[in-house]
Design a protein around this ligand. Sequence first.
Ligand code: B8X
Length: 240
Amino acid sequence: ASHHRLWSEIDNVVKQQVAWARLGVGESGTGWQLFAEDGEMRMYRREEEVDGMVVDPLKAVHIVKGITGHEVCHYFFSPQYRYDWETTLEQMTVLETISEDTCLFLQTHKRIWPASQRDVIFWSHLRHLPNDQDRDGPDIWTVVNHSTEHKDYPANAGKCVRIYLTVCMLCQTRVNPPKDGAPISRDDISCKITYCSVVNPGGWAPASVLRAVYKREYPKFLKRFTAYVTNQTKDKSIMF
Ligand SMILES: CCCc1ccc(-c2ccc(S(=O)(=O)CCO)cc2)cc1[C@H]1C[C@H]1c1ccccn1
């Protein structure tokens, strides 16, 4: 897929997003505000506006026992599972299957009163990266979703307001091998997930409404998605 018209953009955005996701949220002074907490899940946002529109960057860190980064990215990337876990999805179309790890999606999301309905076109790329920092450190599995144009679906042509987003789902698997040399089971693994997203809502929507939507929807989304992966994988052999 290295010859594809989007390849250089995909490669650049993926590298930039992986670097961004690996930056911690640092000490509270760095402007990251903890806005949701649930068990091992911590969700942070920064309050930022562009042209009076809320584009609050979001960073969530979650540790989930019993699943791997490969499994998280497989279920996040693959179109056939999306309606199972993405509750705000009204319509999803795969516009192009660029390669087995790169797709082009058109999604319309359910309208959230009083904002008008939104749609988005994005490429989605699944990548496995060895941990270049420390050789024996856990490798990385990631999915990056980044808005793009498509000639057949011009922005704001129909009833939906086109939004623009960049999303990174970055995962690192931890294995605690059993003492007695037994084969590794799901009790011996956990996955550290860093989910980053920046969504430009396109047309204007009241800041208070958008912030309320994100505050409600993002924690629900990450909890529901990770529970879905746990449930889908619990009786299957581990996908490292
Ligand atoms: C006015 C903004 C409306 C709005 C636009 C876009 C999205 C959205 C799209 C994609 C992705 S994803 O991570 O790429 C997974 C693939 O679907 C996450 C979020 C969510 C909302 C709103 C519906 C709310 C929401 C927020 C967070 C999570 C899920 N839904």
